[in-house]
Write a protein that binds this ligand. Structure first.
Ligand code: ARG
Length: 288
């Protein structure tokens, strides 16, 4: 608190100096991302394995993941999940998986943020339209390496309790770190889509475990995996592109982007995610 105050003072007095100060971003982020305002504890209590149960998940408390958005065709058909983030200057972007994108033009897509039920309109939700999109230049639709895409918004959304950015991972995960995956995807492999937002707690696996599970397919340089050895908890079809969140120092970070897996929630087949921290250098070249 004191530190923030001092930094604030410093910034006020010496704007130029402040801009060069290395802690400036941390201070902006502290107030600026990763919050879940409708939950009194910011959702911290959801980071316990006890609620471990998209496949095997629970319904999210309505509207408590303000950074998740449905990524849709221009006709409003849900394709994938996606996550709102913002750059250092406070400009919003939308992150999804590259494999969710098949059209050539950004204007062929829409996203809706601030929603819970797929069919119920929240008056505070916002519809995003896009002026530009960038798929990772090393994305491969054969191997699903670097499965990430960034969309530039036509209009900046008004933020409210229902619509807010996630922080972008600025530290690597560790094997065993907890995470929460959220989405409207199917409740089982080949099953029905969820009508309301679901979430599930999953531990992130060490890269060595992911490599054993998916020999020759898991690429630690740009992927991560998460799940329980016995399965039962996972993302599934329709969750792709959506967030895997980790809770660090009181804020929710976008750490993974739902990418692929063998089936869903099968034993010894963890879900695989684009590794946001390892892709962050590229992300920064696009948004910052
Ligand atoms: N590829 C799927 C999609 O397009 C989701 C993959 C996630 N699968 C998993 N088992 N975690 O929605």
């Amino acid at each position: 608190m004191i530190k923030m105050f001092w930094t604030g003072l410093l910034c006020f007095g010496f704007l130029a100096l402040c801009a060069a100060a290395p802690n400036k971003r941390a201070v902006i982020d502290a107030a600026g991302c990763g919050m879940r305002p409708l939950l009194s504890d910011n959702g911290a209590s959801e980071m316990t394995a006890t609620q471990a149960r998209i496949v095997g998940g629970i319904e999210a408390v309505p509207y408590t993941w303000p950074s998740i958005c449905s990524f849709m065709t221009d006709t409003g058909y849900h394709i994938c999940g996606s996550t709102l983030v913002k750059n250092k200057a406070g400009v919003f972007y939308l992150v999804t998986a590259a494999h969710c994108v098949s059209q050539r033009r950004a204007s062929r897509y829409l996203a809706r943020c601030g929603m819970h039920g797929m069919a119920t309109a929240n008056p505070d939700s916002v519809l995003l339209t896009f002026s530009d999109m960038v798929l990772h230049p090393q994305y491969s639709d054969m191997t699903f390496e670097n499965d990430i895409a960034i969309f530039t918004l036509v209009n900046q959304p008004n933020t409210n309790d229902f619509v807010q950015p996630a922080c972008i991972a600025d530290q690597p995960y560790y094997g065993g770190e907890g995470s929460i995956v959220a989405g409207w995807g199917t409740l089982s492999y080949g099953g029905e889509m969820a009508s309301t937002l679901k979430q599930v707690y999953k531990p992130i696996k060490p890269d060595a475990t992911c490599a054993i599970r998916y020999p020759g397919e898991f690429e630690p340089a740009n992927m991560m995996c998460a799940g329980e050895p016995e399965g039962g908890v996972d993302a599934c079809q329709g969750d792709s592109g959506g967030p895997l969140y980790t809770y660090r120092n009181g804020k929710w970070y976008l750490t993974g982007v739902v990418s692929w897996g063998y089936g869903c929630a099968a034993p010894r087949n963890p879900g695989v995610y684009a590794d946001v921290y390892n892709l962050r250098t590229w992300i920064d070249t696009i948004i910052n």
